[in-house]
Design a protein around this ligand. Structure first.
Ligand SMILES: *Cc1c(COP(=O)(O)O)cnc(C)c1O
Length: 356
């Protein structure tokens, strides 16, 4: 068993999924498991979420991994395909690509598909990332309908740009333009990601696409998953590799940025940026030891970080340190590191053993 561990709480995963279901009881759920299920383990998460209607990934490799793990549900490749070979590969894997540009339409028209292919059509309603412009949708749909019955259109998909800010004026506009497209074209729709599901009731259409909320983390900057009745799925922990009594005036870690204000106990936790703990975490970032919040001191190193043990004075070598998760919201750590929980989860590295 490795020292650095990310424990995955299956019951929290199930609980969060139920919370999402209860928010959108009439929508099918495309559970977003891209980027190795936000660092939680792709196959593991897909196997727990048996009630998901489909899974969303962002590379062909993840489609293959899911099929090799005997996942039978719909798998949507959010980025679609870029070459005829990729298209045939997806077709063989019975995956569902998202069509978002003309090149893909051309490849589709020139290919000989062995079995019918279902596709989502992506529309850009203000994210400026992937998708056709709303004015192009009619032509795109016509081109796809000409490929019927080999190609089947599942519906229109769009992505919010600013729904995590509940005061955003662009979100109601984006919802309205999407609604209009669905009405014009009489097609099923998929718009809401986690912030849509928890913040914008009118964005729940036929399919929702929760990601971060499945893992128990809030999509909003001002609250934690707990505030949304979600439970953290990943707890990242390690242990104390050394404990020292340092004298007043001693400096700690690279650059000597922290200087002990008094004689004090300092702990070395066996985790660092090589494991995905953010190097930019500010001094004072909380670390849980003996159930007490201890402060990160000095710079985070590659394999270790240092902690002020004055709030857990009886801590000893070998004791557990929790970096985030159960009892310590990752949202708080993300704030201290000037990032978001999404990034911290995805960055947990291979050196960390991930298990239930
Ligand atoms: C990642 C992603 C989602 C999920 O977003 P969350 O904020 O994690 O819920 C939904 N839709 C698309 C297109 C995505 O890329």
């Amino acid at each position: 068993m490795r020292v650095r561990q990310a424990t995955i709480d299956r019951s929290a995963l199930e609980h969060n999924f139920k919370q999402i279901q209860s928010r959108a009881p009439r929508s099918a759920i495309l559970a977003m498991v891209k980027s190795n299920a936000y660092g939680h383990g792709l196959e593991r998460v897909a196997k727990v979420l048996t009630e998901a209607d489909g899974f969303g990934v962002a590379c062909v490799d993840e489609v293959e991994r899911l099929r090799n793990a005997d996942i039978r549900q719909t798998i949507v490749l959010m980025t679609g395909f870029h070459t005829p070979e990729e298209l045939l590969c997806l077709n063989q894997l019975e995956a569902t690509p998202v069509i978002h540009n003309e090149l893909q339409l051309n490849i589709l028209s020139e290919s000989n598909l062995s079995t019918p292919l279902s596709v989502w059509v992506k529309v850009d309603i203000g994210m400026g990332r992937l998708g056709f412009q709303p004015t192009e949708v009619s032509i795109v749909l016509e081109r796809l309908r000409n490929l019927s019955p080999q190609v089947k259109i599942l519906g229109l998909m769009a992505h919010f740009s600013s729904a995590d800010s509940l005061a955003s004026p662009s979100t109601p506009q984006q919802m309205t333009s999407f609604q209009q497209l669905l009405q014009t074209h009489h097609l099923p729709g998929s718009l809401a990601h986690s912030a849509g599901i928890f913040g914008w009731q009118a964005s729940l259409h036929d399919w929702i696409r929760p990601g971060i909320a499945i893992y128990g983390v809030s999509p909003f900057p001002d609250c934690t998953g707990l505030d949304l009745n979600l439970r953290p799925v990943m707890t990242l922990k390690s242990r104390l590799l050394a404990v020292h009594q340092l004298a007043k005036g001693s400096s700690v870690s690279y650059g000597g940025l922290f200087v002990c204000p008094e004689n004090m106990p300092v702990g070395v936790v066996e985790i660092g940026y090589g494991d995905g703990y953010p190097r930019h975490a500010a001094m004072g970032t909380p670390i849980l030891i003996h159930g007490q919040r201890c402060a990160l001191i000095g710079r985070v190193c590659m394999d270790m970080l240092l902690v002020d043990l004055r709030s857990a004075p009886s801590a000893q070598i070998g004791d557990e340190a929790i970096l985030w998760g159960e009892g310590l919201p990752i949202e708080e750590i993300a704030k201290c590191a000037d990032t978001i929980g999404y990034e911290l989860l995805c960055h947990v590295s291979q050196r960390v053993s991930t298990h239930e």
